[in-house]
Every structure is written in structure tokens, then in C-alpha cells.
Ligand binder design. Structure first.
Ligand SMILES: Cc1ncc(COP(=O)(O)O)c(C=O)c1O
Length: 463
């Protein structure tokens, strides 16, 4: 199997080795296979595609390809077309926002979400609160997992609308939360929105087995190309429960300006604003075929072998006195986790090395990792063991105009205010892991250096 992936890297990702790149940010974005892009360019050069809202031949060709892509997406996730619809969006955030703005939040209703969630899920709480729903977070325990979900699901008022949202895989720790939660939460009277953005690039998702009400994802995370296309997979019976706060071109069957009347589509079309990215969507089927040909099971096995190697090598990094150089946040093993590993370097005195110093060195070595909070503040707060009162005191000093991470960091004293995330994917290999280790090993026996002014100025967000 290693040979298959080595051959794939030579054939379809040769730009990595040609340019000396070590790409370890697959949870940020997947990389496209070069053959995908060539095939798409050939396809576009051979057809004429127009706006799908018209009714001419070029328009109908575009409509056909969009509908084919919808079928393909449903098939890929084993979603029964009788029960599920595919709504194309800009990205996973776009899919989440559709639910945020249209879910029937109400006083007495509840928005329950794991503390481990991307900011595009956290942001949904603004809509829930504005409509009087209660917002509750499920805390994280050992290994940044949830200890007892049922305890938090309990007590949802009968007859009200409740939504539970969790990521199938954490974009912070790589933890895979149990998909069985879908059934558990539904049994407690919740609708379930599954954020599958970090899970589906390297793990098979079978909606015939676990059937959430909604699933959000981005295609560039799965196969790198195209950007700007994501999807909301929604149960058909839920569409009628969602109430959009506006309408737009493409979402309506009839509008009167004179009489301020509009009739929305009653299908998923009611959620697709304006003209779809039909050229981008025309590359989705090929991307899914590419993953399908490699086989999601094989991709998962490849990624987990590399994750194990990464975890083993990180644990083996030691200062001369034998003290560990790395603190991994979340699971140290490969059970119920994916290929994202978040960590910080620790100096011989036990202090955390500022992630910005590490980032400078990985950047200089051509190694792409992600640093910061990774847009997942809840998991970060549990990982860094913040006390909420202390963090609250520091947060109160922040203003959007003057905010710098350094200001927050100074206020938080000894706490970490960011980490490093290495994530492996379809084109990763052992040499990538080794190159990262070489860079990290340069911190052996060195005292944590303070971050330079230039670096401070460059990093102004806590994402
Ligand atoms: C778990 C998770 N959810 C949602 C998102 C948002 O995805 P996008 O930026 O493509 O909208 C991400 C992106 O990193 C993610 O990892």
C-alpha cells in the first residue's frame, strides 16, 4: 500500500518534491492531484456552459452537470436521495450559516454544541441567542473528548426545537467524536447538524448508517480543487422547518415587486442564492471519483499510519536530560482520532516555546503547518487549561481596534495562547514527518526565546 501512495505522490503531487515543500496542513486544505486539474481544464475546453438559470442549450448543459454532481455527492456519502438533498454552498461555513439563519430557534429551544467546534459553528449561537434560544456548551474532558453527552442532552423541553451540533472530527485535536451521537441526540428530541468538514477528507462517512438532519462540508478540504464549493446535505423532511430570512435570485418561483409577494422553492433550491459556481461544481464529480478510486478505506489507513509515526516521533523528541520536548493536546494514540496533531514545544525548564518562534523556523524550512487556535477556541481553552475567570479578565481588555495576540498573551501570563498543528493527508509521506522533526529538533536544549517584534506585529489574530 505504501508503494501505491508513493506512486501517487510521484504522479500527481510531484510539485511538492520539485519545490522542496513539506505540506502538513491538510486540515486547513486538501491538495489537488495534478490529474484532476488537467482533466478539468480539458473538460472546460471541450464544452460551452452558460448560466443554469436560463433555458438555452449551454444553460441546460450546466444544469445537467450540476444535477449529476448532486447525485454523485449523495452516492459518495451513501445518502438516500429519497431522504437527502444536496445544497451547494461556498464552503462549510456557508452551509452552517444557512442553518444558523433559518433554524426555528425559539424561547424554550436549545442550541447545544460541543466546546470542540469551529468558529463557524460557534457563530451560530448569535442567531440562536437573538431568537431567545438557550445556548449550552458541552465541556471537554480527558483527551479533549466529551465524557458524558447524555447528561448534557437531558432536559430538552418537549415540543420545542433543539439543535445539537458537533464535529465528526476535531480540527484542533483530531479527536473523532462518536457518530452514534446522531441517534442518541435525536432520541433526546434534538435535530442534529454534523460538521463533517475535517472528517470527510480522510474517513468514509456513511449517511445510510448514521443519518443526521444536516451535514456541512467543503470540497477543497476533501480533494483540494475547486475552492469555493461546499455543501449542506439536508434531510428533505427538514427543509420545510427552515425559514430563510430573505430570498434571492434562484431561490424563488415567483416574486411580485408590486405586491411584495414571493413564493420560494420548496426544495433545496430555496437555499442556493444567486448563480451557483457551476464551473467549480463541474470539478466536484472528478474529485469524488479521485478519492473513490484511491478508496476511502485505504486513504484512512495511509493517514493513520502516518499519524502514528508523527505521534511516535513527537513523543521521542527529548532534551539532553531526557525531558520531553513536546506536549501533544488530545489523544496520544490512534484510537478514535484522525490525522491532525496539535502540540507545543516545551523548553528544558518546562516553559512553552512561543508557537510563533516555531512557526518562523518551520516556514524557513519550507514546512507548512498551522499555528494559533485553528479557529477552534473551545478546544484550545480546554487544551491550554484556561481558568474562565482569568481569561474573562483578559478578554475584557480587548477591543477590535487595538487587539493584538501579544496583548492577550501578556495578560494571560504563563498560559499558551496558541499551538502548532501538523496534519497529514493523501500525499503525505514519512519524509515529510522526518523533515518536520528535523526542524523541531533544533529546539533541543534551547531556552524558550521571546517572540521578536516583527513576529508580534505579523500575528494579530487569535484564530
Ligand atoms: C471542522 C471544521 N468546520 C468548519 C470549517 C470551516 O470550513 P470553511 O472554511 O471551508 O468554511 C473548518 C475549516 O477548517 C473545519 O475544520
Amino acid at each position: 500500500m505504501t508503494d501505491t501512495f508513493a506512486e501517487l505522490r510521484r504522479r500527481d503531487f510531484s510539485r511538492l518534491d520539485r519545490g522542496g515543500h513539506v505540506y502538513l496542513d491538510y486540515t486547513g486544505a486538501g491538495l489537488y492531484a495534478e490529474s484532476q486539474v488537467r482533466a478539468h481544464a480539458d473538460y472546460l475546453c471541450g464544452c460551452v456552459l452558460g448560466n443554469p438559470h436560463s433555458r438555452n442549450p449551454s444553460s441546460m448543459a450546466a444544469t445537467t452537470l450540476v444535477e449529476d454532481a448532486r447525485r454523485k455527492v449523495l452516492g459518495f456519502f451513501n445518502a438516500d436521495p429519497e431522504h437527502y438533498e444536496v445544497i451547494f454552498t461556498l464552503n462549510a461555513s456557508g452551509a452552517l450559516k444557512l442553518i444558523a439563519e433559518a433554524y426555528p430557534w425559539e424561547p424554550g429551544g436549545r442550541f447545544l454544541l460541543t466546546a470542540d467546534n469551529h468558529n463557524s459553528v460557534n457563530g451560530m449561537r448569535e442567531y440562536a441567542t437573538a431568537h431567545g434560544a438557550e445556548v449550552r456548551y458541552v465541556p471537554l474532558g480527558c483527551e479533549l473528548r466529551v465524557d458524558d453527552l447524555e447528561e448534557h442532552l437531558a432536559g430538552a423541553e418537549a415540543g420545542k426545537h433543539h439543535l445539537f451540533t458537533f464535529p465528526a472530527q476535531s480540527n484542533f485535536s483530531g479527536v473523532k467524536h462518536p457518530l452514534q451521537w446522531v441517534e442518541t441526540a435525536r432520541a433526546h428530541g434534538y435535530h442534529v447538524l454534523l460538521d463533517a468538514a475535517a472528517f470527510v477528507p480522510t474517513s468514509p462517512l456513511d449517511l445510510g448508517e448514521h443519518g443526521p438532519d444536516f451535514v456541512a462540508l467543503s470540497f477543497y478540504k476533501m480533494f483540494g480543487y475547486p475552492t469555493g464549493v461546499g455543501a449542506l446535505l439536508a434531510r428533505r423532511n427538514m427543509l420545510g422547518e427552515l425559514h430563510r430570512p430573505w430570498f434571492s435570485g434562484g431561490t424563488v418561483r415567483f416574486v411580485s415587486a408590486q405586491n411584495s409577494v414571493h413564493l420560494s422553492h420548496v426544495t433545496g433550491r430555496a437555499f442556493e442564492d444567486g448563480t451557483l459556481n457551476y464551473l467549480g461544481i463541474s470539478a466536484v464529480s472528478a474529485g469524488l471519483d479521485f478519492l473513490g478510486e484511491m478508496g476511502m478505506g485505504r486513504i484512512n489507513a495511509h493517514v493513520m499510519r502516518l499519524t502514528e509515526l508523527l505521534l511516535r516521533e513527537l513523543a521521542a523528541l527529548r532534551h539532553s536530560d531526557g525531558a520531553p520536548m513536546v506536549r501533544v493536546y488530545g489523544p496520544q494514540g490512534t484510537v478514535m482520532r484522525g490525522g491532525s496533531v496539535a502540540f507545543n514545544l516545551i523548553d528544558p525548564g518546562g516553559d512553552t516555546v512561543d508557537f510563533r518562534v516555531v512557526e518562523q523556523r518551520t516556514n524557513e524550512a519550507g514546512v507548512s503547518v498551522r499555528t494559533g487556535f485553528f479557529c477552534n477556541p473551545g478546544a484550545a481553552e480546554f487544551a491550554f487549561e484556561y481558568h474562565d475567570d482569568e481569561a474573562f479578565r483578559c478578554i475584557q481588555t480587548l477591543t477590535p481596534e487595538t487587539f493584538t495576540l501579544q496583548q492577550f498573551s501578556d495578560c494571560m501570563n504563563d498560559y499558551a495562547v496558541g499551538a502548532i498543528r501538523a496534519s497529514v493527508g493523501i500525499a503525505s509521506n514519512d519524509a515529510d514527518v522526518a523533515r518536520l522533526m528535523e526542524v523541531l529538533a533544533t529546539f533541543r536544549d534551547a531556552a524558550a526565546a521571546s517572540v521578536s517584534n516583527a513576529q508580534t506585529a505579523a500575528v494579530v489574530t487569535a484564530e
